[in-house]
Design a protein around this ligand. Structure first.
Ligand code: NAI
Ligand code: MG
Length: 335
């Protein structure tokens, strides 16, 4: 098992080493480190060197921290993670939300958002008219991209013993684009009679995500709706410090915590490494096909939180540092 580790910026440099410590304890994994991000761009003029892309491709598995992208255009800069996802053809984004014993989390919640990762409005074909009074953005939905992400969602349902897939769309307003997504996803569902399939309009799905997240199992969506719904779901999981994700293609994967580089707490040694550790567990479960090992990691995190050990984002009172919290997780892994 080879892993390309890209800490990138900010707390990526603090939480990714914690996740690597955990991975090394449970699996025989050969670590290769690579560079990317804003700091690298400032020194070298590119946010994602070719060597990093080549190494990521060779390893087939990446653990990425976070990139500190500015909110204004900078000549020569682009988001390295968006580019890397494209380069590796990781066409589905898996965003699980499960209950962990922290105050903000919702007991019983256990859902998985499977989000299309390559098209929809994220093709970024935007245009501003010459008089600057009209802006348009192109929304692209293709049969091929919908088929592969739908198949992945239903396969995951079968493999992980889940029973329901909810297709989320807005086909009433967008009968061509979302209509195609809906139609193709329903076609694929026919091949999986064991799985119960239903569908929701995205606004209704948002309502239910707030009102009763326990009604969801797997949620299959185009790119934009998945981005928004999975952030909503993450609130039920206890917040950003605990939210993991995995970008998955055929035989390639990029694991990354959902959170960003968190400049406000960078360098203080207080970042919550849980999201990064759980992202590493997703690599074990879905890419390296070691669900038992993944479950051990998740259980160690659960035991640690249950015992009342936590970082400052969960509760400032009695908070542990990033490394002290990781030590507790490692201790619990031994049990
Ligand atoms: P953020 O996720 O970095 O931080 C939001 C808030 O949550 C901050 O108060 C932060 O301290 C806290 N937080 C986040 N993760 C935490 C953790 N593990 N432990 C404890 N507290 C945590 O989002 P923000 O502030 O909007 O973005 C900061 C930078 O990160 C921006 O430059 C943005 O572009 C980038 N970003 C990068 C992402 C990526 O590389 N995938 C994703 C999201 C943002
Ligand atoms: Mg998002």
């Amino acid at each position: 098992m080879e892993l390309c580790v890209i800490e990138a910026d900010g707390i990526g440099r603090e939480v990714i080493p914690a996740a690597v410590r955990v991975l090394k304890k449970v699996a025989q994994v050969e670590i290769h480190t690579a560079q990317a991000g804003w700091d690298y761009f400032e020194q070298n003029g590119t946010p994602l060197p070719d060597e990093t892309i080549a190494l990521a491709k060779r390893c087939g598995a990446v653990l990425f921290g976070a990139a500190a992208s500015p909110h204004y255009p900078v000549e020569g800069y682009y988001s390295p993670i968006v580019r890397l996802r494209r380069a590796l053809q990781v066409y589905a984004n898996l965003r699980p939300t499960r209950y962990y014993p922290v105050p903000a989390a919702r007991p019983g919640v256990d859902l998985l958002v499977v989000r299309e990762n390559t098209e929809d409005l994220y093709v970024q074909h935007e245009e501003l008219s010459a008089d600057q009074q009209t802006a348009t953005a192109e929304k692209v939905i293709t049969r091929v991209a919908t088929e592969r992400v739908a198949r992945m969602a239903f396969d995951l349902a079968l493999r992980s013993g889940r029973s329901k897939v909810t297709i989320v769309h807005k086909a009433n307003v967008l009968p061509q684009s979302d209509g195609l997504f809906r139609r193709v996803a329903l076609e694929i569902s026919e091949y999986y009679p064991e799985i119960f399939t239903d569908e929701l309009l995205v606004d209704t799905a948002a309502y239910w995500m707030v009102k009763d997240p326990l009604r969801f199992d797997i949620v299959l969506t185009p790119n934009l709706y998945g981005d928004i719904l999975s952030d909503m779901a993450a609130a039920w999981g206890g917040g950003l410090g605990l939210a993991p994700s995995l970008n998955l293609g055929d035989g390639v994967a990029i694991a990354e915590p959902v959170h960003g580089s968190a400049r406000d707490i960078t360098g203080k040694g207080i970042a919550n490494p849980t999201a990064a550790i759980l992202s590493a567990a997703l690599l074990l479960r879905y890419h390296w096909h070691q669900p038992e090992v993944a479950a051990r990691v998740e259980e160690a995190v659960r035991m640690t939180l249950k015992a009342g050990h936590h970082t400052a984002d969960i509760n400032p009172d009695g908070a542990l540092s990033t490394s002290a919290f990781t030590d507790k997780v490692l201790e619990n892994l031994g049990k």
